[in-house]
Design a protein around this ligand. Structure first.
Ligand SMILES: NC(=O)c1ccc[n+]([C@@H]2O[C@H](COP(=O)([O-])OP(=O)(O)OC[C@H]3O[C@@H](n4cnc5c(N)ncnc54)[C@H](OP(=O)(O)O)[C@@H]3O)[C@@H](O)[C@H]2O)c1
Length: 294
């Protein structure tokens, strides 16, 4: 089976390429610019900017993938808020190009979406809850979901929450590394304690998507960790794991920070559907930290 992945240089994309290639799938990895991953057997890399409509059509047409996993996106909410046109081009218009291309080629599509489609008033959320984004990033991801739902080939929307892990090409900024680096350098940090999330270890997300492929699952799935934590509670676990000084951490409310994009307060997911239908079983946050730093 051929699988085309967009955003293969990104955090999730890198793990998808590795894990799906290890399962014996033929992978067409596509990313912006040069390949940032090691070579794996059965993986072909193509440089693809998803905002280039003709290039999107060409890559799907030439490779005739059975499945497209669309993981590329403009992922920073503040950048999306400040550059709405670029966000719309990347997250919405490019998804429309891919949706049109897969319908022409008869490929199925798996779209990676976010907890930021919800307003955060009453999370954790199930697949049945009604989206209502509070920022432009969330708006763009919801608009892309609506495009995917119109596809006449099999479609799956995988929503996820606060993904953490180290990229395979190096480390990357995430809650675990941010807390670790600051406390190791004895820097004081302010950590939010009135937001809730269900943080997701990147390998679990990749495994969840593999389960979706194997089960030919369609529709919407919430794939995240199952522990409901505030960022402050996550930071405490990081400090515990590395035996760092917790007195450097100050508990604050999200309202302390003024950021260009508003954040939904209480998100996180109920993952019962994925557990029951797919056998999805994510690690605890502490176990995720251990996997990043064994
Ligand atoms: N990380 C999270 O906490 C989180 C939470 C919920 C949902 N998600 C969703 O999960 C998916 C994967 O995110 P991630 O965590 O892997 O983020 P990421 O590391 O930022 O990866 C996104 C990738 O998309 C690529 N990209 C951006 N614009 C592109 C373009 N015009 N053409 C081709 N590629 C382009 C980026 O390329 P460059 O490497 O060149 O920048 C990057 O490699 C996204 O759809 C995101 O919305 C992520």
């Amino acid at each position: 089976m051929n699988i085309l992945i967009t955003g293969s240089n990104g955090l999730l994309g890198q793990y998808l390429v590795r894990d799906l290639a290890n399962e014996g799938y033929k992978i067409i990895a596509t990313g912006r610019g040069n390949n940032r991953l090691p070579e794996y057997a059965g993986v072909k890399y193509i440089s693809l900017d998803i905002t280039d409509k003709a290039a999107v059509f060409e890559s799907v047409e030439n490779n005739k993938p059975d499945i497209v996993i669309h993981a590329a996106a403009m992922t920073q909410p503040d950048a999306c808020e400040l550059n709405k046109e670029q966000c719309r081009a990347t997250n919405v218009l490019a998804t429309a190009y891919l949706a049109e291309a897969v319908q022409k080629s008869g490929s199925n599509i798996i779209y990676i979406s976010t907890d930021f489609v919800f307003n955060g008033k009453e999370g954790p959320y199930t697949e049945e809850d009604t989206p209502d984004p509070v920022n432009f990033y969330g708006d763009s991801k919801l608009a892309a979901e609506e495009i995917i739902k119109q596809c006449n080939t099999r479609w799956t929307i995988v929503r996820t929450v606060l993904v953490y892990g180290n990229t395979l090409s190096g480390t990357r900024s995430n809650i675990v590394n941010w807390v670790k680096d600051n406390l190791e350098h004895r820097k004081n940090i302010k950590v939010v304690d009135d937001q809730i999330r269900t943080p997701t270890y990147v390998e679990d997300l990749s495994k969840g998507i593999l389960l979706i492929i194997k089960n030919k699952a369609e529709g919407i799935y919430h794939i995240s960790g199952k522990e409901i934590l505030t960022p402050y509670q996550m930071a405490l676990q990081v400090a515990d794991y590395f035996s760092l000084d917790k007195s450097l951490m100050e508990k604050v409310n999200a309202a302390t920070f003024s950021q260009p994009a508003q954040r939904p307060l209480k998100t996180g997911f109920v993952i019962t559907k994925a557990e029951k239908e797919l056998g999805f079983n994510p690690v605890s946050f502490m176990e995720g930290i251990r996997k990043m730093y064994p």
